[in-house]
Design a binder for this molecule. Structure first.
Ligand code: F6P
Length: 412
């Protein structure tokens, strides 16, 4: 008997379930593993034996899962301790894998999850454990090194650009329109905020300013930008990343997290839009300021998903299975952009240790000279990633989604 296990970790995306489906379908094609198991709540749940058998799913449920946003298996933000000082979790985990005849563990996640892939595969190597640990990339933040982009980003970018287009129109209807601020996610990087540049009407970008975390936030410059634009146009459309920081490196807005939610010590962000709104009002530019904090809606909007993104999320899952059959371990599946026009990609392997805990920032050279917008290179890079809209399942006018049942937990 030879089985595999797949689990999800970190913040969800609209297409992360498509990667699970990729693993299931990759295995159906290869007929390699006897069962594809699913770990509930990532490594945290697996350590508590919360595992279900995905090979028991009906074909229609698998198809439905592909078009269901958020993490179907649940997620976690759990940092594995160093195995040199605390081996307990490592022993427990490999015992669980042994009990269920699991040869390969596929972990779908971002740079924190690749830390887990890297540590587990190193531990297995050191201890002579013949098991494979493989990373499958995902994150709306698009901040993983070496891969051209991450599954999940394209759909979030499409959601952001569509929302910016529509809210721009809505915020332009009066004689006195005021100022509109859209706040995007992106803890450390500005890839998501930059995707607002795709929103154009008659070839002209609708966002007047895009503020990224890569640029130190200057209150003085911000007030100058907004005052000048408001005086000229009588309206201003601003896009701001939740990750904006002041000159001392402090987030403009954050809430301290309890250890329970996140052992990677990440701050919980959100609220930058309202911070900027207060600045505008306090400085008497105008009282008419509206804020839209996109929040989690930008990472679970299946109704606005990118088909390119959805299919690539499935492909990285499928190819992870292919690479596992070739016997590889300790890597993440990466995406290489072979050409931009027509857009073409292929996958490759990259050591998980090289991706773990690193952040790929939005390139400096794609930020405009006045530091409040992005260049056409950013537009050209992001555009292919948002192309296409799949036919999602609709029932009574709404998307039909599936929730995997944790009642089906198996234990040996
Ligand atoms: O993992 C990406 C992300 O969506 C970030 O953009 C955001 O700051 C963070 O997750 C929010 O995480 P959570 O939903 O766990 O608070």
């Amino acid at each position: 008997m030879k089985n595999c296990l797949v689990a999800q970790s970190g913040g969800p995306t609209a297409v992360i379930n498509s990667s699970i489906v990729g693993v299931i379908k990759g295995n159906m094609k290869a007929q390699y593993y006897d069962n594809v198991y699913g770990g509930i709540n990532g490594i945290e749940g697996i350590l508590n034996n919360k595992i279900i058998n995905l090979s028991k799913l009906e074909e229609s449920d698998i198809e439905n899962l592909k078009y269901t946003p958020s993490a179907g298996l649940g997620s976690c933000r759990f940092k594995m301790k160093d195995y040199n000082t605390c081996e307990e979790n490592y022993k427990e985990l490999f015992n669980i894998l042994d009990d269920l005849d699991i040869q390969t563990f596929f972990y779908i996640g971002g740079n924190d999850s690749m830390d887990t892939v890297s540590k587990l595969s190193e531990y297995a190597k050191i201890k002579g454990i013949n098991k494979q640990i493989i990373g499958i990339p995902k994150t709306i933040d698009n901040d993983l090194y070496y891969t051209d982009h991450t599954p999940g980003f394209g759909s979030a970018a499409k959601y952001i650009a569509s929302t910016v287009l529509e809210t721009y129109l809505d915020s332009s209807v009066y004689i006195n329109n005021g100022i509109f601020i859209t706040e995007t996610m992106g803890r450390d990087t500005g890839w998501l905020a930059a995707s607002a540049a795709l929103a154009k009407i008659n070839g002209k970008a609708v966002a007047d300013f895009i503020y990224l975390p890569e640029v130190e936030f200057s209150q003085e410059q911000f007030l100058k930008d907004v005052t000048n634009k408001f005086e000229t146009n009588n309206k201003v459309y601003i896009v701001a990343s939740e990750g904006l920081k002041d000159k001392d490196g402090n987030y403009l807005s954050s809430v301290k997290l309890s250890n329970k939610h996140d052992t990677f010590s990440h701050a919980q962000l959100g609220g930058v839009g309202n911070f900027l709104k207060s600045l505008i009002i306090e400085n008497k530019i105008t009282n008419r300021v509206k804020v839209l904090e996109l929040g989690v809606s930008q990472r679970c909007g299946m109704h606005c998903v990118s088909n390119t993104d959805l299919q690539e999320a499935c492909l990285v899952g499928e190819n992870a299975v292919k690479y596992s059959i070739e016997g590889h371990t300790g890597f993440m599946v990466g995406i290489k952009r072979v050409q931009n026009n027509p857009y073409k990609i292929e996958t490759f392997r990259i050591n998980a240790s090289e991706v773990a805990n690193k952040i790929k920032y939005f390139p400096d050279e794609w930020i405009t000279a006045d530091k409040n917008n992005v260049t056409k290179e950013a537009y050209e890079y992001i555009t292919p990633l948002i192309i296409g809209s799949p036919n999602i399942n609709i029932e009574n006018g709404l998307p039909r989604y599936i929730q995997l049942q944790s009642k089906d937990i198996i234990s040996k």
